[in-house]
Design a protein around this ligand. Structure first.
Ligand code: OOG
Ligand code: NI
Length: 297
């Protein structure tokens, strides 16, 4: 296994343990005869959330994936949610794209910034610089260990009132936010987001309906949907327990670009389909962990 594969495997196994919908969806796909085994799933992309403060944020986390041969691509900005993001193209088609977003902490209120910095201030230098990136086990451990003390429930709640994203990261840190099932190469009846959504809903999965259940790019080439994050029991400082949003699962359909519309289906590869992401789709997908979707405070 390459170092990148060790890191990706570690992310996926922790994510699958924490997010029961992952196994439930894979099992439903097998039961429905859509795939034979989990490894038949094409992972379109994975996503992380970060805090834009000194020593952390995109500039820190991205170093891991740039080291493994990922290429930094387009920038996206989300003014209302106070977020910035980039996507990264993988070194080979068999690996997922990566989407990393970052909270513009300096744009939050003073009280929210003070809370965030009381935690992130414990990080005195960029932790990725201290990592041996060729040691996959060390990187896996880093991505699943605490960079700051366990937050208090009251700090979590104050943050959530201003930025649900901030609250999510203060508790969940670099846990994978989602992986994404690529639907366009599945068999007919399941190979569009519309059809796949129908299958998911028939099986009882709840979809994020912010802006509609199907998020479509203006060029109509990228269609996305996602489940609503299930609540997980979080243990805050002082052993206080409270249910908060965990992670979710996303679905993506990348249509063939108009200039390749005449290609026979057997010749269609990744480079013939719509690439990248779409800010308006992403803006709504972020809400998969927000109370308006999860239905919980
Ligand atoms: C990421 C939301 C955006 C996409 O594919 O556009 C996204 C998040 O919730 O952190 O995943
Ligand atoms: Ni996504």
């Amino acid at each position: 296994m390459t170092t990148l594969e060790t890191v990706l495997d570690g992310l996926m196994s922790r994510y699958q343990e924490r997010v029961p919908d992952v196994s439930a969806i894979i099992d439903a796909m097998i039961a429905e005869g859509i795939i034979l085994r989990a490894s038949d799933i094409e992972n379109d992309h994975i996503a992380f959330r970060t805090l834009g403060v000194e020593h952390l944020g995109i500039q820190s986390l991205e170093k891991i994936f740039l080291h493994y041969g990922y290429t930094k691509k387009d920038y996206y900005h989300f003014p209302e949610k106070k977020l910035d993001a980039y996507w990264y193209a993988p070194p080979a088609e068999k690996y997922p794209r990566i989407f990393i977003s970052e909270l513009r902490v300096k744009d939050l209120s003073e009280p929210a910034q003070t809370i965030i910095k009381s935690y992130t201030g414990e990080v005195k230098s960029d932790p990725v610089n201290a990592l041996d990136l060729n040691d996959g086990t060390a990187v896996d451990h880093f991505l699943h260990s605490a960079l700051w003390r366990t937050p208090t429930l009251s700090d979590y709640q104050v943050l959530a009132a201003e930025s649900e994203y901030a609250a999510w990261v203060i508790y969940n840190r670099y846990y994978l936010n989602h992986f994404t099932i690529s639907v366009h190469n599945l068999k007919p009846g399941y190979n569009t987001v519309a059809d796949f959504n129908a299958f998911l809903e028939k099986r009882g999965f709840r979809l994020n309906d912010s802006g509609g259940k199907i998020k479509t790019s203006p060029d109509k080439g990228l269609l996305q949907s996602s489940t609503v994050a299930r609540m997980i029991e979080a243990t805050f400082a002082g052993d206080e327990k409270h249910a908060i949003a965990g992670s979710y699962v996303e679905f993506a359909e990348r249509r063939v670009l108009p200039q390749f519309a005449q290609l026979p289906p057997s010749e269609i590869r990744r480079e013939h389909r719509r690439e990248g992401f779409e800010a308006n789709n992403a803006d709504k997908i972020f809400e998969s962990t927000y109370a308006a979707q999860t239905g919980k405070q």
